[in-house]
Design a protein. Structure first.
Length: 129
């Protein structure tokens, strides 16, 4: 009985922890950029300035994250070839659709698209959506 009680308590704690750590947004928009000249500090500064302006001024995004490859252990399933990762959360599919035509997003593309050679986007919604 003690083992069963402990197991239930443990599962409840793990479940509650997982819920607290989850991203609370219906849509996760993950964008990966490969710069044309990834080692150019000038291009990096220009890209970072343009995307920071987008992050600050865009009204649709709830939360944003901008990062570079973590250089974790090389494994067959890990792709560290991108230059920047940009992740945003949106309240809804409609908010993400509005973002696509928002002047702040279009201005970012206009200002920075000459800097990248490739962009890959992954959009996801919760499995309970």
């Amino acid at each position: 009985m003690k083992k069963l009680t402990f197991l239930i308590l443990l599962l409840t704690a793990v479940s509650n922890y997982a819920q607290k750590e989850s991203i609370e947004a219906p849509l996760l928009h993950s964008v990966y950029f490969w710069l044309e000249n990834p080692n150019s500090t000038t291009d990096q500064a220009a890209f970072e300035a343009a995307i920071q302006k987008l992050i600050i001024t865009n009204p649709q995004g709830l939360r944003s994250y901008l990062g570079k490859p973590a250089r974790t252990e090389l494994r067959e399933v890990v792709d560290n070839s991108y230059t920047y990762a940009y992740i945003m959360t949106f309240e809804s599919r409609e908010a993400e659709a509005a973002y696509q035509t928002d002047p702040t997003h279009l201005r970012f593309i206009d200002e920075a698209q000459h800097l990248w050679k490739k962009v890959v986007v992954y959009d996801a919604v919760p499995i309970m959506d």
